[in-house]
Design a protein around this ligand. Structure first.
Ligand code: PLP
Length: 441
């Protein structure tokens, strides 16, 4: 008599048997052995748990395969916050993405192909930056704005004083405080003025033989209003110390839509000796820190031993040059966008035609991520059922890589998918992702 094997464990096919499936063998070339084995192990566990039959293990393993060897998942930013720090700040232009892909291999990063000799690292990127800001005598690029400030403080104020207003001692986010960052270099923070009012005379009184430089920081993520005073760059430039201005957002020239946002050209024209900025905020490029200004100071920073520890990699060099020299990046395009209401109407129509309770709504978007605090930007969103929020973020289609994740915001029991930070070319991708998330299975 045959005994029925009731223990599902014994019926689960071995890892090697499952891996022999051509789809999984093929995936090993793309994803590597470890990730494919992990997927097989998860499928075997489903069989052990009795969720699937032994014959379904290979199919389940294929379904468990990650889309890429990196777990970073593409996201459509439907939050209405243009520069979302949690979503990696600025998305790169197509030109910058192409440049990244090219730079991923061996390139002439520090090599002159014409002569066969060593060349200057990132020379074309630096030239593109210099061309974009003619007011700067010289330019240098480091890992991020925090690195730019650390380099300036180390090279110009270690063991000396940085004079800064009490109204500009900012926390960037995630607990990182600029004064602590600067003090970590051995510089002494010399606070002047009060939280709400600081005048040129306050700075003048503090400047002396111990002064390394005066630091002017743009309060990029808060606003002090009411009885206030702050010293303009032009007022500080006349004092007996170099003025370093941290503009934060990386606008290289004044932007009509962002009247209160400082830009590098204006601050340099007003007399700043150096301006520092992020490249992945309003400039719309990769993470990097820009240093622009007086040739002697830039040379001192670039030659300082610490500069080597803060230098950018070839991917950043490529993406930043393409951002500066190429077509307008998505962040800059979004700031000029019109027709948002029409786009929301059209996408909502596509969804409603498929039976979804979806309609367009007017919204207020924001720059976010360290730029133009409090400035509302007229925008439009598609309102869809709030139950879609979770599947849009991490549903089956997202895990399989067939759709990007979509992050919106829930308001009054509805999920709002704001189009401000979405490229118009991605409207159909957004609609398809919503329809997929609304489809059970
Ligand atoms: C964002 C910001 C920083 C930090 O820049 P990172 O590029 O993230 O290092 C510093 N200062 C200001 C004013 C900022 O807005």
């Amino acid at each position: 008599m045959v005994t029925l094997v009731t223990d599902a464990r014994r019926q689960v096919p071995s890892t090697d048997v499952v891996l022999a499936d051509p789809r999984l063998a093929d995936a090993q070339g793309r994803l590597g052995r470890t990730l494919v084995r992990d997927a097989v192990h998860r499928a075997q566990q489903q069989a052990r748990d009795g969720k699937i039959g032994p014959a379904e293990v290979a199919d389940a393993a294929v379904a468990e395969l990650p889309a890429l060897a990196s777990t970073l998942t593409p996201v459509l930013n439907a939050t209405g916050i243009l520069l979302h720090t949690n979503l990696g700040r600025a998305p790169l232009s197509a030109a910058a993405r192409d440049a990244l892909a090219t730079a991923a291999g061996c390139t002439d990063l520090e090599y002159d192909l014409a002569t066969g000799q060593r060349g200057k690292r990132g020379a074309a990127m630096l030239a593109a930056l210099a061309r974009a800001v003619p007011e700067a005598q010289a330019v240098h690029v480091v890992n991020n704005n925090a690195a730019a400030l650390v380099l300036a403080a180390t090279a110009l104020a270690s063991g000396r004083e940085i004079v800064v207003s009490r109204g500009e001692l900012i926390e960037i986010g995630d607990g990182f405080r600029l004064p602590e960052l600067l003090a970590s270099t051995g510089a002494v923070i010399r606070e002047v003025g009060t939280t709400n009012r600081t005048t040129v005379a306050d700075y003048a009184e503090a400047i002396g033989p111990a002064t390394g430089f005066v630091l002017k920081v743009h309060p990029s993520n808060y606003k002090i209003t009411g009885f206030t005073a702050s010293a303009p760059i032009a007022g500080l430039a006349g004092l007996d110390a170099p003025v370093i201005g941290d503009i934060g957002s990386g606008l290289l020239t004044a932007h009509p839509a962002l009247p209160d946002e400082p830009d590098a050209s204006t601050w340099l024209r007003d007399g700043a000796a150096l301006v520092t900025a992020s490249a992945d905020k309003l400039l719309g490029g990769p993470q990097a820190g820009l240093l622009l200004g007086r040739a002697d100071l830039v040379a001192r920073l670039a030659r300082h031993p610490l500069a080597r520890a803060l230098r950018v990699d070839k991917l950043t060099v490529a993406a930043l040059e393409a951002t500066l020299a190429g077509p307008r990046p998505p962040v800059q395009r979004a700031l000029r966008a019109s027709g948002l209401a029409d786009r929301a109407q059209r996408v909502a129509g596509v969804l409603a035609d498929r039976g979804l309770r979806a309609w367009p709504v007017p919204t207020q978007a924001a720059v976010g991520g360290g730029g133009a605090p409090g400035l509302p930007l007229a925008s439009a969103a598609i309102s869809v059922p709030a139950e879609l929020a979770a599947p849009l973020r991490s549903g089956r289609q997202v895990r399989a890589g067939t759709h990007p994740a979509v992050v919106g915001r829930v308001s009054d029991g509805r999920l709002l998918l704001d189009l401000f930070a979405i490229d118009p070319d991605d409207d159909d991708v957004l609609a398809a992702a919503v329809l997929a998330a609304a489809t059970p299975g």
